[in-house]
Write a protein that binds this ligand. Structure first.
Ligand SMILES: Cc1ncc(COP(=O)(O)O)c(C=O)c1O
Length: 483
């Protein structure tokens, strides 16, 4: 193959792929959100022998169009109300193709000089947006889970500087505090970092699902009495189940009092910072030692793209992650090591993921993001108002972002036991999912199953919310009729 024939191949595949992508987008309004296929159905479609010979690209793309796309969860649909998964911006989708064509290894400056600059710029934009000073810096991660892990490693290394070399051992005394509404990645991270899952104190939440400060103080006091060492408090800005924001200034104060690292998991809610109307909900976030912010949630950047931001800047990350392999440490006479992102996090070879973030930032601008975030919150309030007007549904918690939780509780269901009520919520969720007309998950709030809708598509409008209400009414009536 020559570079000319490679160019021809791109031309041909580019046309065919563009057609597939634009045809898929055109169907988003009407296509079923879920395919209804079971794992066994899909196994039949995909189980074939290891390919020994080459296949024409057209045939492979045909298989994509026939077997893959129609059975995918239609995440970009305006009827998809799932877990903070957005409709990706078109420029982000194509940025991914450009990223692959350059195939930069964004781990080290020498393997991707422009990717290092673009990532640095994106990090500075995110830091500015959140209200950090110029000294702050950060690193892109695969998503919120990895971003939380990176931040918690910094917290551990500050509390126990010897742990990097010697590990923590069975005598670990460090404890970490967060709301019982935290994302599971916090608990997983403590396991990976050698603190163990039992070092996490999941603090009770109030009736609106914010962390209870009195309970947090009690837990810290109890641990200190037992000679444990409080190491980190994690506040959540946009909890996974209800989208609410913990009282960040108060958490920062408690963290300071106990010399704890303060991390804010704003994987979802960080985007509130775009909006003049809503950014006050994040008050206190700038006091955090570190922040998780996922552009692949409310910034509509295609998966995957998360970020860890650190108030004290790159030195903190390098203290925890820097290595000097011989083959990446030649002196080139200029300060390129500061742009080696493998020194700031756990990944070695890294995608040029900042390209899609950079393009999305420019394409939308702060104003574009602000308008979309505000519109989503307004749409969520519309949904809440429609539910409030129906006697058979009861809302759970408050609308602080674009998440609305509720339960189906007509009189006959109210008379049932708690477990039976939970089963009804699950059955309703399943009916909606099987209908293919919309998708939302359920969750558990203060021990009871609830339905959870998140608006995260810039294609969603009032009419889609009204369709969802109609669907809920139809499916719930059918559900009761069959009981
Ligand atoms: C609050 C919060 N933090 C972290 C995460 C983890 O993000 P990811 O799935 O990108 O790893 C999520 C995921 O939904 C989340 O809701």
């Amino acid at each position: 193959m020559t570079s000319d024939s490679l160019s021809d191949q791109h031309e041909q595949l580019g046309r065919a792929t563009t057609k597939l992508i634009s045809e898929h987008a055109a169907l988003l309004e009407s296509a079923a959100v879920t395919s209804g296929a079971t794992p066994a159905d899909l196994e039949k479609l995909f189980s074939e022998p290891l390919p020994l010979d080459d296949s024409p690209a057209e045939e492979i793309l045909e298989q994509f169009a026939r077997d893959i796309a129609p059975h995918a969860m239609q995440v970009p649909s305006p009827h998809y109300f799932g877990q903070f998964n957005p409709t990706p911006l078109a420029i982000g989708v194509w940025a991914d193709a450009l990223c692959s064509s350059l195939n930069q290894n964004a781990g080290a400056w020498r393997n991707g000089p422009t990717s290092a600059m673009v990532e640095s710029q994106c990090i500075r934009w995110l830091c500015e947006l959140i209200g950090y000073n110029d000294g702050a810096f950060g690193v892109l991660a695969s998503g919120g889970s990895e971003a939380n892990l990176i931040a918690l490693k910094c917290a551990r290394d500050r509390a126990e500087p010897g742990a990097m070399r010697a590990g923590l051992g069975a005598q670990n005394q460090l404890t970490v505090y967060t709301s019982e509404q935290c994302h599971y990645s916090v608990e997983k991270s403590l396991d990976i970092l050698g603190l163990g899952r039992d070092s996490l104190r999941k603090i009770e939440t109030d009736e609106r699902f914010h962390i209870r400060l009195d309970r947090l103080r009690e837990a810290i006091e109890t641990d200190i009495e037992k000679n444990r060492k409080p190491c980190c408090i994690v506040g959540v800005a946009g909890t996974t189940s209800t989208g609410v924001i913990d009282p960040l200034p108060e958490l920062a104060r408690i963290a300071r009092e106990h010399d704890c690292w303060f991390h804010v998991d704003a994987a979802y809610g960080g985007a509130l910072a775009f909006s003049e109307e809503h950014k006050s909900k994040l008050r206190g976030i700038e006091l955090a030692d570190s922040i998780t912010f996922d552009p692949h949630k409310w910034m509509f950047v295609p998966f995957s793209c998360g970020a860890t931001l650190v108030r004290e800047g790159g030195q903190t990350l390098r203290h925890s992650f820097d290595m000097s392999p011989e083959y990446l440490s030649e002196d080139r006479g200029f300060a390129d090591a500061q742009y080696d992102f493998f020194r700031y996090g756990q990944m070695g070879t890294r995608r040029f993921n900042s390209l899609k973030l950079w393009m999305c930032f420019k394409f939308m601008g702060k104003r574009g993001y602000s308008e979309t975030v505000e519109r989503h919150i307004e749409l969520t309030r519309h949904l809440a108002a429609r539910l409030d007007s129906l006697l058979d549904f009861e809302r759970v918690g408050e609308i602080e972002t674009a998440v609305c939780c509720f339960r189906y509780l007509p009189e006959s269901v109210r008379a049932m036991s708690g477990d039976e009520q939970d089963r009804i919520q699950q059955e309703l969720q399943q009916r909606v999912e099987k209908s293919g007309k919309a998708f939302f998950p359920s969750t558990v709030l203060h021990g009871r199953r609830a339905l959870r809708v998140n608006i995260n598509s810039y294609l969603t409008e009032h009419r889609h919310i009204d369709d969802l209400i109609e669907l809920l009414q139809t499916e719930s009536r059918e559900l009761l009729r069959e009981k």
